[in-house]
Design a protein around this ligand. Structure first.
Ligand code: CP
Length: 307
């Protein structure tokens, strides 16, 4: 059993919770690679996917995870709902819960939104990304992908490169990887690295080559163009020349490293196509693994026991 009722952030999970989710995801990865990719485990459960912010991977991955578990699913998009007429988040969710919905998966642009909801409504809440705070299922699928590629997470060196300041993926990854015994560094322009991030026990490196020579895995984050309300670096071309990764750069390193990216990719900015689509990249494995990890999260939060 998990030690938590909701999945609000990796911060609230212990190492045993994370290990249980990854172990359960192994089973579900087998399921989704069978000819019949479905199990009846959650056929008595109804789940709403409540998205107040755009998403491709997370939204489809949760929906598919729910369908593979035989749950009934509802999809809610804020822009086409009565939120546009002024309905509050709590009223919206309580109305949906009145229709006998058991679990809420929510992405929201405000940090803390999932936590707030968990205190205001009587349901199980899964955070599918809240502002620049946490994206727990992304971190779980990233850890699962590292484990599958390298055999374990413990003792591995992982650098997270790019826009750390605006990244919920970075914070959730730092918590998750450290709880599993990895060493974590962040790398990027000083303006995109939060002050005092060392207090979380991460290394800070502003030189990409040094960071890449140190690590086993590089997680290349997207420059969040939509959140660049002020100029954090002179130009995208300069960012790309200092922190972008291409195949020639990768080949010039003294060792092979694994390349990850949570998506969506800005091709030619933080990562070139020859790296994103190249032999060191596990980007599409991350997406496949995401379905199995989200199945595990939903299954365990619904109170089901690991088989
Ligand atoms: N990685 C991720 O969260 O992608 P989406 O925004 O497409 O869900």
């Amino acid at each position: 059993m998990l030690s938590v009722k909701h999945l609000l952030g990796i911060k609230y999970l212990n190492r045993e919770d994370i290990a249980l989710i990854l172990q359960t995801a192994d089973t579900f990865l087998d399921v989704i690679n069978r000819p019949i990719k479905k199990v009846p485990s959650l056929r008595d459960i109804t789940i709403v996917n409540l998205f107040f912010e755009n998403s491709t991977r997370t939204r489809l991955s949760f929906e598919l995870a729910e369908k593979r578990l035989s749950a009934d699913t509802l999809n809610f998009t804020a822009s086409s709902s009565s939120v546009s007429k002024g309905e509050t988040l709590i009223d919206t969710v309580n109305n949906i819960l009145s229709m006998k919905v058991d679990m809420v998966v929510m992405r929201h642009p405000q940090a803390g939104a999932a936590h707030f909801l968990s205190e205001q409504v009587d349901s199980i809440i899964v955070n599918a990304g809240d502002g620049a705070h946490e994206h727990p299922t992304q971190a779980l699928l990233d850890a699962f992908s590292i484990k599958r590629k390298l055999g374990s997470v413990e003792g591995k060196k992982v650098v997270i490169v790019g826009d750390i300041l605006h990244s919920r993926v970075a914070l959730s990854n730092i918590f998750c990887l450290q709880k599993l015994g990895a060493e974590v560094a962040v790398c990027g322009p000083p303006t995109l690295i939060p002050r005092h991030i060392e207090s979380l026990g991460v290394r800070v490196e502003t030189n990409l080559r040094k960071a890449l020579e140190w690590c086993d895995v590089a997680n290349m984050l997207r420059i969040q163009l939509e959140r660049q309300d002020i100029k954090y670096f002179p130009s995208l071309r300069e960012y790309s020349s200092l922190y972008g990764l291409n195949a020639a750069y990768l080949e010039s390193l003294s060792k092979e490293i694994v390349i990850m990216h949570p998506g969506p990719i800005n091709r030619g900015i933080e990562i070139s196509s020859d790296v994103a689509d190249g032999p060191h990249s596990i980007i599409l494995d991350q997406v496949e693994n995401g379905v199995a990890v989200r199945m595990a999260v939903l299954y365990l939060l619904a109170g089901r026991q690991p088989e």
